[in-house]
Design a protein around this ligand. Structure first.
Ligand SMILES: [Zn+2]
Length: 261
């Protein structure tokens, strides 16, 4: 991916010697512009089809699955914790009642033994109820433990995936930035060539390119082969084209590309 590598194609075999010695023919200049356009297309293709983009989509799906798993777990945990809090509130209430109860039981102003008996019975019943609820709280805590472990494990996996996402994003950003600077270099080179090129040829080329929907509009004639469609020209056609004035435009009879020869 060296900027300008495409431009070195100027050294490609040219069956027709350019008139004027070292200076490339107008068609050759156009061909070099065409090579740079191909290079620009390759840069865009490369950067849009980075394997990291697929990796990123995979991580995104992973994170989505983690998030829905987390929602389910969080709801389960919250439900159990709510129950636990309700039980704890109830225990607190019972403890208050029991404290009040024993205060009255040991109160010297206590009136009758019958009242004492009732208070003792109530204290026993409250004690049983408290043990029952405390058992339920223990059960809830046991139920919560694996859920909390699963949630922590999920959080760790989420963090790990997010870190992978971060490094993939960094790789994509780096590739995009490389592509941008390469594009700028190619554009600069292209602008130089366009400045030196025959404006009529450039405009013909641009017009064809705008209508080509990505198909090559320029080809070199290498031997009898058109590099745009890789087909061999019939010998009659080949002869006719090679005899044309070098400045005259010729199309490949197979694909219609402008032929540089
Ligand atoms: Zn062709």
């Amino acid at each position: 991916m060296t900027p300008g590598a495409a431009g070195t194609d100027a050294a490609a075999p040219d069956p027709v010697p350019s008139d004027g010695g070292a200076a490339p023919s107008p068609l050759e200049v156009l061909a070099q512009i065409g090579d740079l356009d191909v290079r620009l297309g390759q840069i865009t293709h490369h950067v849009t089809n980075l394997p990291e983009r697929e990796t990123r989509a995979g991580i995104e799906a992973e994170l989505g699955a983690f998030a829905s798993e987390a929602r389910v777990l969080d709801a389960q945990i919250a439900g159990l914790e709510r129950q636990q809090r309700r039980h704890e509130d109830e225990v607190a209430l019972i403890e208050t009642k029991r404290a009040h109860n024993s205060e009255r039981l040991y109160d010297s102003h206590l009136t009758s033994p019958k009242e004492a008996e009732a208070l003792t019975a109530e204290a026993a019943s409250l004690g049983r109820r408290q043990i029952e609820i405390e058992d339920q709280i223990l059960e809830l805590m046991e139920e919560l433990e694996p859920l909390n472990e699963a949630r922590a494990d999920l959080a760790a996996r989420e963090t790990e995936a997010a870190q992978r996402m971060e490094s993939v994003d960094a790789a994509i950003a780096a590739a995009e930035s490389d592509a941008d600077s390469e594009r700028r270099a190619v554009h600069a080179q292209r602008a130089e060539l366009v400045a030196a090129a025959d404006p009529a040829l450039v405009s013909t080329y641009e017009q064809r390119r705008s209508q080509s929907r990505g198909a090559p509009v320029l080809g070199r004639l290498v031997g009898t082969t058109c590099t745009a469609c890789h087909l061999d020209l019939a010998s009659v056609e080949h002869e006719r084209i090679t005899r044309l004035d070098p400045a005259e435009l010729a199309e490949c009879p197979e694909c219609g590309a402008l032929l540089v020869r």
